[in-house]
Structures are given as C-alpha cells and as structure tokens.
Ligand binder design. Structure first.
Ligand code: ZN
Length: 295
C-alpha cells in the first residue's frame, strides 16, 4: 500500500517529457530520461510507484503554468471504453440495462490533456461530451478475480469521452465515432487508489458546459463496477500497466437532450469527480486542411 493519496501528472517542457507529483500548491518533477521511464513504467507495482514518489519529493518544484500538461498516461497500450454503464443513460438511449458490458476501443491519437482543445472535426458537427471515471491499471494480469481486481488498479482519473455521434451510429460498432483525433480528454492527475473508496464508488460525477451542469450522477450508479469490469476484461485479455478503462457515462448527454446540445468552437467543457479534481477543455474547429503541415 502507498502511504497516502498521491497525485501524479505527465508533462512536457520545451525539451522533454517528465513526470511530477503534486506537492503543496505546485508540482515536483523530473524528466523521463532521468527517472528511467514514464509514469506507466512505474505503475507495475506499488513499491515502484512509492519509490517514484520518494524520488520526485526531492525534485525541483514548478507551477503548472511553467509546463505543458500531457495525459497522465501518455501512450496507453489499451483504452477500453464501456458503453451504457449507467441505468439512466441506458434508458435515455433506448436500451435495456446490459447484462454484459458494451466494450469499444479508443486509441491514443484521440487523447488530449487538461487544457488542450477538443477538436470538432471537419467530418461532422455532432460532437458530444461524456463525463467518465477513468481507471488506470497498475500491476498487470489475466484472469483476475473480482476479489483481487482492485489490487491491479493503480489509480483513477477523469475522462471526457468526446463522441462524434453520427459516426458512432453509422454501424453497430461504435469505435469510429469514439476515436477521432483529439476528442478524448484525459487527466489532469492520476490519483492513487489509496484513501479513495474501493473501486472509486460513491463519488459525484458531472459535466459542466459553459457554466451549466449537463450531467450529474454518482459512480455508485454504475451497472458494472470497477472490480467487475477488470475481471470481465481480463477474462479475454492481459491487462498491462498503464492500460485505461473508461467506465461509461451517466444520463444527460447532448445528443439525447431536447433540444439537442452539440459541442461547438468557443465552448468550454469541464468534467468533475469528487476527490479527483476537474478536467477542462476548450472546443475548437479542426484546422483547414491546407494549413496542416504535411511533413
Ligand atoms: Zn462513453
């Protein structure tokens, strides 16, 4: 067990990527090249993470404004997303609550950090928000039982599972609408599991769009809790340090409101979860193609 709730970030300065730990009002960090690995590298067991925390405690302090934040896990091997995992969202979507989780994929191309813009693509104006609890795997494993599953969770973070709805629903497979470039906000901190309720249950979760609350629920309302999801997913695949499980969104998504609400350039969207903090992103339009460098 780690001794206290620890909050890690990944960041980049002008020259290189680093990892830092929250310390008072600021962060203390070192470059990945000095640490010998990125944050995912240290998630493999609690003692490696505790050692990282100790090393970083003696590192130089800086303010967040001095660096550019990255998602806490910069290159997750897997980003496994769960659909329809809250009863109210399942109902508003016209589905019966599932008896087995709807699993779809997202890839690292889609990730943005806290403060980075979510990008409304050229291909569609139907970009939607989804507040979600993100689970970050620590010690890897396969065929994990529910009773041991939470020992394989390093910590938790926030996720905005930005969804391009028409592409999501062009077929029965949702992945196409869920992994457009720069549509999935992740961060800002990885908060270690210690001192959080087991499975991060009982935490209030919400989406605030331009100051207005659009979704509000409690992680207690998840149909498949974190331990169950880890057990179910690991029946099929080995979970590895830094893999991310994005656990589904409650009711109130923009597509199912009357009238509908879509994210548009100039918006600011925030996801909040008790004890995990808040994740805020502006929304921009995809750059015209003639302005995108071709190198
Ligand atoms: Zn989602």
């Amino acid at each position: 067990m780690l001794e206290a709730l620890l909050r890690f970030i990944s960041y980049t300065n002008e020259s290189e990527e680093g990892v830092a730990i929250r310390s008072g009002g600021g962060y203390r960090g070192l470059p990945v090249s000095r640490l010998g690995g990125d944050l995912a590298h240290f998630l493999r067991d609690d003692s490696a993470l505790a050692q990282l925390a100790e090393t970083l405690a003696g590192a130089p302090e800086f303010a967040l404004s001095d660096v550019t934040l990255l998602p806490p896990v910069v290159r997750p091997g897997k980003i496994l997303c769960i659909g329809l995992n809250y009863r109210d969202h399942s109902k508003e979507s016209g589905f019966e609550p599932p008896t087995y989780p709807a699993v779809f994929a997202r890839f690292a191309n889609s990730l943005v950090a806290h403060g980075d813009p979510l990008v409304r693509p050229d291909a569609s104006d139907l970009l939607d928000y989804e507040c979600e609890l993100a689970v970050v795997i620590g010690r890897g494993g396969r065929h994990l039982g529910e009773d041991e599953a939470l020992d394989h969770v390093a910590g938790y973070s926030l996720f905005n599972d930005g969804s391009v709805r028409d592409f999501q629903l062009k077929s029965d497979q949702w992945t196409m609408g869920k992994t457009f470039d720069h549509t999935g906000a992740f961060g800002p901190e990885l908060v270690t599991r210690d001192e959080l309720p087991p499975g991060a249950r009982g935490l209030r979760i919400r989406t605030v769009l331009n100051g207005e609350t659009m979704q509000e629920a409690n992680t207690e309302d998840m149909i498949f809790g974190v331990a169950r999801l880890v057990a179910i997913l690991s029946e099929a695949m080995t979970l590895s340090p830094g893999d991310v499980i994005v656990t589904g969104t409650p009711g109130g998504v923009g597509a199912l409101r009357k009238p509908q609400v879509w994210l548009k350039p100039g918006d600011e969207c925030t996801v909040e979860i008790d004890q995990l903090g808040s994740l805020t992103n502006p929304v921009v339009q995809e750059a015209p193609r003639h302005l995108v460098p071709t190198t």
